[in-house]
Design a protein around this ligand. Structure first.
Ligand code: XMP
Length: 321
């Protein structure tokens, strides 16, 4: 019979047997799978683990600090790297969504390899692969959407340079997401991280429609923070599967005091879904939406219009890019 305690003991034992005295590298995305794996590996092998968190500058407000605060006190040797300038430089002038994804993926690998050399050599690369991922790639259904934080999707072990030819450590290969969440609770991962909505690897980079600029990023971070904090404050966060804000390139006329404004439109989107293949738009209460709208336009002066996306998937996707 499945108990989280029992599973954790077995996973730890398995990792120790596989790894021996070897050193292990792990990419932390900030999501529940890699964070939980970080905690498990820290318990199993302590300092022989190095966890690397690449901040591409497309994260939400305070996200890097939140991950650091969640993992370091629990003994994870976590290296965080601020690669914002590199990523934004590479993305400058680019507006095609798939092109943006490719650049973010490529820059991620570049930064990750650099850190691997800096802190290496390593014998193993750990990944938070879950059972559904195993099934999906076996069936050849794997889409191109796994995101920058997933090394596997960008190049498998065979594709790495010789000095970075790791063996894989994938303790969660037989587990489902719910089981990982139970293990996370047992290992002490804070609920804010443990119950987080999924967040795409390319982050806010695909929620700024068109070209990404530092100014647009700054606007979207503040809008997103108001919306997500609002959902938590009003007890609505757990009723949605995913919620997000999109900065559109549309500027429209508004009025503020005696003055006309010409500022951005943001879209809020929240969905409910089981598998993210199809989704319904979340029926958030009007009063809540009204509160979000006034907070956003009052606090973020670059925005003068807020819309709520009432489209299901299909025909729309969850993200706007
Ligand atoms: P869509 O927009 O296709 O999204 O309905 C379905 C789910 O996938 C996430 N998503 C991504 N995740 N890299 C990722 O890691 C990506 O490029 C990417 N694009 C979409 C999206 O957030 C949603 O959860």
């Amino acid at each position: 019979d499945w108990t989280a305690e029992h599973i954790v003991e077995e996973l730890i034992e398995g990792v120790r047997q596989q790894v021996g005295e070897g050193r292990v590298l792990l990419a932390i995305s900030g999501g529940v799978d890699s964070s939980t794996l970080g905690l498990l590996l820290a318990r199993a092998i302590g300092e022989k683990l190095t966890a690397v968190f690449i901040d591409h500058g497309l994260l939400r407000l305070g996200e890097r600090e939140q991950v650091e605060a969640a993992l370091r006190p629990l003994g994870v040797h976590l290296v965080t790297v601020d690669a914002t300038a590199e990523f934004l430089g590479a993305l400058s002038g680019v507006s095609d969504p798939e092109e943006k994804r490719k650049i973010i993926g490529r820059e991620f690998i570049r930064a990750f390899e650099r850190e691997a050399r800096e802190y290496g050599p390593f014998d193993f690369l750990a990944q938070g692969t879950l059972y559904p991922d195993v099934i999906e790639s076996a069936g050849g259904l794997s889409s191109d959407k796994s995101g920058a934080a997933n090394i596997k999707s960008h190049h498998n072990v065979g594709g790495l340079p010789d000095d970075l030819a790791f063996q894989l450590v994938e303790p969660f290969r037989t587990l489902f997401k719910d089981e990982v969440r139970e293990i996370a609770a047992l290992l002490g991962l804070p609920d804010a991280v443990r119950m987080r909505h999924p967040f795409p690897g390319p982050g806010l980079g695909i929620r700024i429609l068109g070209e990404i600029t530092p100014q647009k990023l700054d606007i979207l971070k503040r809008v997103d923070d108001i919306f997500i904090s609002g959902l938590r404050e009003f007890g609505l966060y757990d009723s949605c599967s995913q919620a997000l804000a999109v900065l559109t390139p549309i500027q429209s006329v508004g009025v503020m005091g005696d003055e006309r404004t010409y500022s951005y439109t943001v879209a809020l989107r929240a969905v409910t879904t089981g598998d993210f293949m199809t989704a319904e738009w979340a029926r958030l209460p009007y009063d809540f939406l009204a509160t979000m709208s006034s907070r956003i336009v009052n606090q973020v002066h670059e925005v003068n219009r807020v819309v709520y996306d009432i489209t299901g998937k299909p025909p729309a996707t969850i993200e706007w890019e």
